[in-house]
Design a binder for this molecule. Sequence first.
Ligand SMILES: [Zn+2]
Length: 431
Amino acid sequence: MTTLLIKNGHVVDPANNVDAACDIFIKDGKISALGKNISEKAEAEIDAKGLTVTPGLIDMQVHLREPGREDKETLETGSKAALAGGITSVVAMPNSNPDADNQTVIEFVIKRTRELDLINIYPAGAITKRREGMHLAEINELKTSGAIAVTDDGVDVQNESVLRRAMEYAKTCDMLLMSHCETSDLTEKGVMHEGWVSTQLGLAGTPAASEDLAVIKNIMLGQLCNARLHLLHNSTSGAANAIRNAKKQGYKNLSAEVSVQHFALTDEECLGYNTNAKMYPPLRSRDHVDAIIKAIQDDVFDALTTDHAPHIEPDKLEAFQDAAFGSTGLETSFAVMNSYLVKAGHINFSKGISKMSVEPARILRLQKGTLGVGADADIALFDTNHSWTVESTRGFSKGKNCIFDGKKLTGKAVCTIVGGRIKYREGQILS
Ligand SMILES: [Zn+2]
């Protein structure tokens, strides 16, 4: 029997409406008691005075690059970066090399996750073979081998008939289908949001309509099949409106997320041709960002994610139009949410935590995201007032391409616990 006691912390557990000073007693990897002044003796104790104790964060959209691009990230370095951000569970996107369109890759990720014994990594399988949008992958086989969802993330399934059949197939297997919403015919060679800033920089823009059309298409087909549909990284006011309407009309199996950079930053980050600001979907103009924040307040968006996308330095040292898409985010997402939503006065802390733990767990059907008695002891301890400047060269991720690099954020993970064991404490990984 192993026991751990977290004392004197302020516990925020949105699933159980707890927002109070509490102790937590952990036994054999599960939460065994939560209450004031627990006096039971434990083998180890953490004094959480001045800290906020929450469920470990769950990130539904992460690119870990293994197998295939271990120079960019590995399951190990990505796991360590997650721990440093208070994240205890992630969904690994299938755009590895080879793609996770078959049982072998899914089983590899699951086996490696077990060996590493750092965080929970749930692999997503591909919708179509090689994510080419043509032939459906064996979704049932992916499910039985342990995939938590299917997605062709990185690209949209452009052909409506293929997408419909994929949704029907996923529905019969009771599988979550996650869509990257983009209309490639409209994106063309766009490298940033199409608007005033792209014109000023002389860069090809991607119109918001590229995302809006794909979101509407996905919702219409999702309603037709009543698919369990999750829309990844939404960034436009049009996407927010379409999802708001679909939810109002009663499409209960629909969920949607925002990656944290899309409520925090605008396309003005591209001024100066900063290639870390190049990502898909692109950082949008202020009017879109304001609409996204409003939709987060209204729970149109269920979850907040990173879309963590590490790259090697040469991929970002290119001219803006040639540089790779994406930013890292695992080590900064909590601080971005805390700074740009909570401290900025848009939502309360409990709602922010809910969208990074309770809601992802609900969508993914994980028995996690809660500090209720009997739950897995996946826990994060944050100093919510700690002010720091992001220096991605000092991070655990192999990717140093963080759009928040050099920015001042408030809030930092101090200790991260997975399955009742302390895996990260004050800058150190403990295994
Ligand atoms: Zn995507």
